[in-house]
Ligand binder design. Structure first.
Ligand code: NAD
Length: 242
């Protein structure tokens, strides 16, 4: 692993997951800035901007000296606004990648979603090899899948290393979606209903663990060391055959 310490830019760092990532980076003594359309915290350098504007991202990268981008920005799930999802998640992520490559950024960690492979049918025992569904679930998940594909395809371009993480449901302090929805169900007195046989399963992850996964992914995102020269290998002791 490289000994060079990264300088981080958390895009969407005013949001639920992004804020936990910022907090964990600060806790371990890293240098971190935030890029977002809204400012909610004032303890780190803040760059106001929209990821759909490549210049906004390029300026923030230049001024902050970023070497590692953690891109968590997205409109919230559940909106009936397909053009917004495609504009922010697909065009915006393409702009982040282009700005990152131009600025010589080393690493890009992208917050994708488990929904990128879900089309409404149960899926069990799958891994990353499962292809994106032919008919996507909705515009949010479709746009997240297209953004994820762009991020993965950018790996190695101009020296940029990329990785995407796919959290499912996320809970914990700062959440603005899940608890609000649960409370609305409670207020409407809809808690006595059961859909199906009560056997469906869904993954939920504590936000601190999702944030930690982003830090670990960034830490491990290093160019593999080149194989040692053959002459070095030949100096190694021969392995005795049993
Ligand atoms: P959030 O809404 O709390 O945070 C998203 C942040 O992105 C906000 O601060 C928002 O202002 C910012 N943003 C939105 N559009 C932007 C733009 N055009 N330019 C710059 N900033 C912009 O959402 P969250 O729950 O923290 O989600 C973070 C990421 O995790 C998202 O990419 C989401 O798709 C993914 N995700 C979330 C969940 C979940 O349960 N919350 C589950 C799976 C994946």
């Amino acid at each position: 692993m490289s000994s060079m310490k990264d300088v981080y830019l958390v895009i969407g760092g005013s949001g639920f997951v992004g804020r936990h990532i910022v907090q964990q980076l600060l806790d371990r003594g890293d240098i971190v800035s935030v890029f977002d359309i809204v400012q909610r915290y004032h303890d780190v350098p803040f760059y106001s901007g929209d990821i759909t504007n490549e210049n906004d991202v390029a300026n923030a990268l230049r001024k902050s000296g970023t070497t590692c981008i953690i891109h968590t920005a997205s409109p919230p799930a559940g909106l009936k606004d397909a053009p917004l999802y495609f504009k922010v998640n697909v065009d915006g992520t393409a702009a982040v990648i282009a700005a990152a490559i131009s600025a010589g950024v080393r690493k890009l960690v992208f917050t994708s979603s488990a929904g990128v492979v879900f089309n409404g049918a149960d899926i069990t025992d799958i891994d990353e090899r499962l292809p994106y569904p032919g008919i996507p679930m909705d515009a949010y998940n479709d746009s997240k899948a297209k953004a994820e594909a762009l991020v993965l395809a950018a790996n190695g371009k101009g020296g940029l290393l990329t990785v995407a993480l796919r959290p499912a449901g996320i809970f914990g302090p700062g959440d603005r979606q899940v608890m609000t929805g649960l409370y609305q169900v409670y207020e409407r007195g809809q808690t006595h209903f059961q859909i199906g046989e009560n056997t469906n399963l869904f993954d939920w992850t504590y936000v601190g663990n999702v944030a930690r996964a982003h830090l670990l992914a960034a830490d491990r995102l290093e160019t593999p060391s080149p194989a040692p020269p053959l002459a070095e290998l030949e100096k190694l002791p021969a392995v005795a055959e049993e």
